[in-house]
Design a binder for this molecule. Sequence first.
Ligand SMILES: Nc1ncnc2c1ncn2[C@@H]1O[C@H](COP(=O)(O)OP(=O)(O)OP(=O)(O)O)[C@@H](O)[C@H]1O
Ligand SMILES: [Mg+2]
Length: 414
Amino acid sequence: MYLEKLSLTDFRSYAQVDLSLEPGVTVLVGSNGIGKTNLMEAIGYLATLNSHRVSTDAPLLRFGTERAMIRAKLVRGEQATVLELEINASRANRGRINRSNPVRARDLLGICQMVLFAPEDLALVKGDPSNRRRFLDELLVSLMPRHAATRSDYDRVLKQRNALLKSGRTGKFTAGHEATLDVWDQHMARAGAELLHARLELVDRLQPHLKNAYAQLTDGSKEAAAVYRSTLQDIMDDDGAGASSGARPADGAATETGAGTDAAAAPAEDLRLLSVEQLTDRYIQAFAASRRKELERGISLVGPHRDELELVLGSAPAKGYASHGETWSMCLSLRLASYYVMLDDARTGGSPPILILDDVFAELDVQRRRKLAAIVSGAEQVLVTAAVEADIPAELTGRRVKVIPGGIDEQENR
Ligand SMILES: Nc1ncnc2c1ncn2[C@@H]1O[C@H](COP(=O)(O)OP(=O)(O)OP(=O)(O)O)[C@@H](O)[C@H]1O
Ligand SMILES: [Mg+2]
């Protein structure tokens, strides 16, 4: 798909801006702080309902305003879709699809298919596990929007369950609480199993593309892999081993369940082979096994909210070991892998995603710039931003536009 029109009202630095875009490569060039990333962020927000820069909506509203609007016209084959998203300071965000009656913002998920890569993505390798879980869940929701509900169900139950466990910690835990906790366990096991099942499947789909993308971008001397580590597997393995030493706490390093590295010992049961129902059962058993510890700590220790996607380069984890350049290549490869998974999906009814590279080329050496240009130039639409045009490799042929205060300088378009 490609974005034909983007209009923003009171979004970030823009009171009003209207852009016309075309398929193929567009490089947006403009000085620091002019508003390039703001434009890309708006497209990202429309696709994921998340900003790649901030975790709350407030900074997205232009200073002093209460409401921002993102409008976009997307074209897929012969079909055009007009999306509108209203971001409100003091009430729920709302969307509209083809000028329909207002719908929940969540109903827009999965319509604008895009992959955005930006310098903030370094946190995918360097940051805490929540960054990597978000990466997986965002991709999951783009591919299968129904999982937005799975995520929010899980988050809701987790919050309620944690509140209950906390009351256990303060010594106010009664038999009635215990019965309620049993009920929350059932709900959390079901939602957790759906999320885990979907994530494991997604990691399997990402794996070969991650490996290939990393090999393409670098000289291929190291192999990139992603290994899903589940807190559920941990508890099951402890159980299987009799857990006599009690050496591994429920919140400790989880055991790997993915492929791609040389696992020291085969896990007792490969979670990837289990159905959602079987995973639900395993969670219920795991919650029972860790209840005492959870009551002591006052938080939920087992579940997808504490799982980790470990990124591996060669034989070492990327986090803490990868060089600066390797970290960049790993992050970029993860985004490219997302792009390829979406392309695979497009063959079975999805849409080829828009590819957005915000301020990426400046960070890469000449060789990797060329390699990246070669990889992305075949995408249906690629939007690239740069402060300095010289950072864009000549191989990336296509439209160059100048971003000026308030939008694109149409006069300067080449
Ligand atoms: N909520 C907001 N209201 C008004 N202005 C904002 C808001 N949020 C950000 N800005 C302004 O937007 C500008 C940043 O825009 P943006 O990040 O898009 O720049 P950029 O062109 O990507 O720059 P760089 O090349 O440095 O990455 C800043 O000047 C900032 O003050
Ligand atoms: Mg920027």
